[in-house]
Design a protein around this ligand. Structure first.
Ligand SMILES: Cc1cc2nc3c(=O)[nH]c(=O)nc-3n(C[C@H](O)[C@H](O)[C@H](O)COP(=O)(O)OP(=O)(O)OC[C@H]3O[C@@H](n4cnc5c(N)ncnc54)[C@H](O)[C@@H]3O)c2cc1C
Length: 407
């Protein structure tokens, strides 16, 4: 049996970021994932992008990951939010956020998940105390003496002081350790596609609130944008089955003409949207991070940013404990992480849930309420700046990595 300080189940974007932070802090880390690296970085594996907040970018800079992503990152200069009807004129109230007002070079950066994964793999492979075992799912976890023993699908067993689940929404490890979740479905799907258009986007991100849900147009490098199109679950499968001209025609109805002619390039993806929040984040020698702990609506592109904040906070608490000579798997140490992150995730999850409920409908009184609300926020500088600080991740108690400092 091999031993290590920390074993992480899940080498996705959160698991690898956490592993890099811990390894750079001097701990031995093993990461297991059923998906081989070559598949995880393939363009067909995941067509999504993430809008990285500036707090997330500072964390990637502090960990030496950002230089690997920078050339493929599209700065967001402006965000325009409108409330529209399908084929109809947008409401006269809209919201405009711009980087100059936030005194920032950009409101965030859009990076394709495959580039983020490649950057994370490049940094991880250069760390001698970080071992990535893939393909190999983590299949069992057992507390044993002063440690926890993980069994991997390749037959390996690893004894660690602490096991962390970063294994996504379904989180087999969360199930193994008996941590329950509160969850519900949004009866919506997120359709994702890359669109090529005639005119430059100038770094503007658009969010059109349509009756079926938000339709986001996120600027990518070149004359390309990524669509995150929220659609009712009764309609989304029909959209996914359309041929290319039919799909482009549906995009045109929602996209508008501001970027000239637009057409989908490459594959489309769809994701059922649901909410979940783990009832607890820790057990003795065990912790959850990222989507294993919480799954939120992508309405404001905050899921990965939230997961990165988990990784930053958890690595800080573990490294501080290790430096003091404490047992990093001790429940009292891990409870500090749960107190720090669970409430923050709960607030963000419910805020996204509420926004989605407020905007994903065509009920007249609600339409008036939200349009007036948007008009007020747009007219009042401090209110606009409050929302920009939240979107940028600069709120609450920030972990050191998110301030750009070492973990
Ligand atoms: C349509 C859509 C758009 C989004 N847009 C944004 C955005 O703009 N900004 C943003 O911040 N977030 C966004 N998100 C959310 C973001 O994609 C997720 O929050 C993020 O990918 C979660 O990362 P993770 O590493 O926690 O989980 P995952 O990416 O799910 O990774 C989990 C990993 O665990 C592995 N695994 C599974 N089972 C096991 C096992 N038994 N043993 C070991 N490993 C295992 C998997 O192979 C995978 O590699 C969006 C989500 C959706 C659905």
């Amino acid at each position: 049996m091999k031993s290590t300080d920390v074993i992480i189940g899940g080498g996705g974007m959160v698991g690898l970021s956490l592993a890099i932070a811990l390894a750079k802090g001097g701990l031995d880390v093993v990461v297991a994932d059923p998906v081989p690296q070559s598949a995880a970085t393939d363009a067909k594996f995941d067509g999504r992008v993430c809008a990285l907040s500036y707090a997330s970018v500072r964390m990637f800079q502090a960990l030496g990951i950002w230089p690997h992503l920078e050339k493929d990152a599209q700065p967001i200069n402006d965000i325009l939010v409108t409330d529209s009807r399908l084929n109809g004129e947008p409401s006269p109230f809209s919201l405009h956020f711009d980087a100059a007002e936030a005194h920032a070079a950009a409101l965030g950066h859009i990076v394709e998940n495959r580039h983020t994964r490649s950057g994370l793999f490049a940094v991880a492979s250069a760390l001698p105390n970080l071992r990535l075992v893939a393909p190999a799912a983590l299949t069992d976890l057992k507390l044993e003496g002063a440690g926890i023993v993980a069994t991997l699908a390749n037959g390996e067993t690893v004894k660690a002081k602490l096991a962390i689940a970063a294994d996504g929404r379904e989180s087999p490890m969360r199930e193994l350790m008996g941590l329950g979740v509160v969850s519900w479905s949004y009866a919506q799907w997120g359709i994702v596609a890359t669109v090529e258009h005639e005119k430059p986007h100038n770094g503007v991100a658009y969010e059109h609130f349509l009756p079926a849900g938000p339709f986001a147009i996120l600027p990518m490098t070149g004359n390309r944008s990524s669509l995150v199109w929220t659609e009712r679950d009764s309609i989304a499968p029909l959209m996914m089955q359309l041929d290319a001209p039919g799909f482009d025609a549906q995009i045109a109805r929602r996209f508008g003409s501001h970027l000239g002619k637009a057409k989908a390039a490459g594959p489309r993806w769809s994701y059922p949207l649901n909410f979940h929040l783990a009832r607890g984040y820790v057990k003795p020698r065990f912790a959850l991070a990222g989507d294993s702990a919480h799954g939120i609506h992508p309405i404001a592109g905050q899921g990965f940013n939230l997961g990165l904040k988990d990784a930053a906070a958890l690595s800080e608490i573990i490294l501080d404990a290790a430096r003091l000579g404490l047992d990093i798997g001790n429940l009292a140490v891990l409870k500090k992480y749960e107190r720090w992150r669970r409430f923050d995730s709960l607030v963000m999850s419910f805020a996204m849930d509420g926004l989605n409920r407020l905007f994903s409908n065509d009920i007249a009184p609600l339409r008036v309420l939200r349009d007036v609300g948007m008009g007020i926020v747009d007219a009042v500088g401090p209110a606009r700046r409050f929302f920009m600080r939240h979107a940028g991740g600069d709120v609450g108690k920030l972990p050191r990595l998110m301030k750009g400092e070492a973990a």
